[in-house]
Design a protein around this ligand. Sequence first.
Ligand code: ADP
Length: 499
Amino acid sequence: MTVHSHPEATVPQRLRILFISPEVEPFAKTGGLADVAGALPKALARLGHDVRVLMPKYRGVERLSGPLTPVIARLRVPIADRTAEGALLEGRMAASLPIYFLAQDHYYDRDGLYGTSDGDYWDNCERFVFFCRAAVEALRSLGWTPQVIHANDWQSALVSVYLETLYRDDPALAKIGTLFTIHNLAYQGVFWHYDMPMTGFGWDLFTPAGIEFYGKINFLKGGLVFSDLLTTVSRTYAREIQTAEFGCGLEGVLQERSRALHGVINGIDYEAWNPASDAAIPKGYTAEDLQGKSACKLALQEELGLVPEPVPLLGMVTRLAEQKGLSLVLEALPALLAEGVQLALLGSGEPTIERAFSEATSEHRGRVAVRLGYDAALARRIYAGADCFLMPSRYEPCGLGQLISLRYGTVPLVRWTGGLVDTVKEFDSAKQAGTGFGFAPFSSEALLECVRRALGVYRQPALWTRLRRNAMAEDFSWEASAREYVSLYRKAVKAAALP
Ligand code: ADP
């Protein structure tokens, strides 16, 4: 009898995965991608895979990483008609999790990752062409070849393009599967066409079917066109970005690749975010014993100068950007305060929004508290001390704030968009099921109506406790998402093996 092997059998159980990201927590961070890159590879390693991470060696990295070992002392990378030289250094993210840092001081030894407060660095195209091409060049001499490369955001998007074009015939690199993740479609890495020779690609790639986009080079588009599989950070956002409203001009490309595009929700680190052991909050608590949460609320009111009354306290921790729907909060504020609520907001970002909230504080002292700036510890005290967490985002690829609030038993009030749809469930009083409240129209009336619904339940303490416990019983830790990525990696490996 002939035994036919199942196709699954061609992909080994333990995968070799190279995770490429322009930022990785705790080494360098500007946004949510760093959190993902800091946590997902660890979860993959815990599942038993041979995962390694690659990022640029920015200024200050070595202070956080400890001593690094050179693994490729001289890495030569063609850039335009020159050769730029870098080096690959190895450190550890965890005991069995190596991280490679690509060193090239001219490109990466700077104050910022992508720019300063004056704007983006003028040579970002060159810096990330180098990053992507060096990643591919390094694999030719590293002595370790991944079966799958997981690249993230525009800065690492060209890796798939190199593998599919200039390095296509290199037997050492053949059959590497590629998966590319979009963390926020609004950032695409768009550069003028004069930079095209720097990439080493022929002009035949500078077409609508390649990396050309309205007369310019678009890195992200390269990742979308040339990777075996694509993901974004929630199922709803994966659908939304195929429409003109959310597609940032790339909806056509995404529609064409619709079969390759998947949504995998981000997790949060359940050890690092734990109200029972959080050192930044005044009193710990659990779903069974929520008393500590009331103490956290009172302490927060006192810390922020809010009247220490038992009224509903709404919290926000957010970038102050148009995306986050802050105009709705400002519009609804008088009516919200008329409902008797207090608002505690921590955020930083656009000066006009900062100013508007500062003015609201002085107008409504004792009932609205605003802290401008980035403050990780205060953020935790807001997650713990607030009754509800407000996220009226215009769009939200995944969103972490609502996941943290669920974990802290703080009821999320969200706009139904992107990852917020996939992670918050409207509370149903009759069934006592659900974890929060939401609204769909992008309007202050809809926001207000949503808050009123929440307050209706807040006034019924037993029901409210039930709702909090439902929230705390949700599990958005990384393990489930890491497993989803693994099954997609296997798909990518198979796709790459096809002739
Ligand atoms: P985005 O990545 O679009 O900013 P997310 O909700 O995905 O939004 O992630 C934001 C993360 O950054 C959350 O963990 C939030 O607590 C944190 N954060 C945002 N602003 C601040 C701030 N001013 N101080 C402290 N933490 C902040």
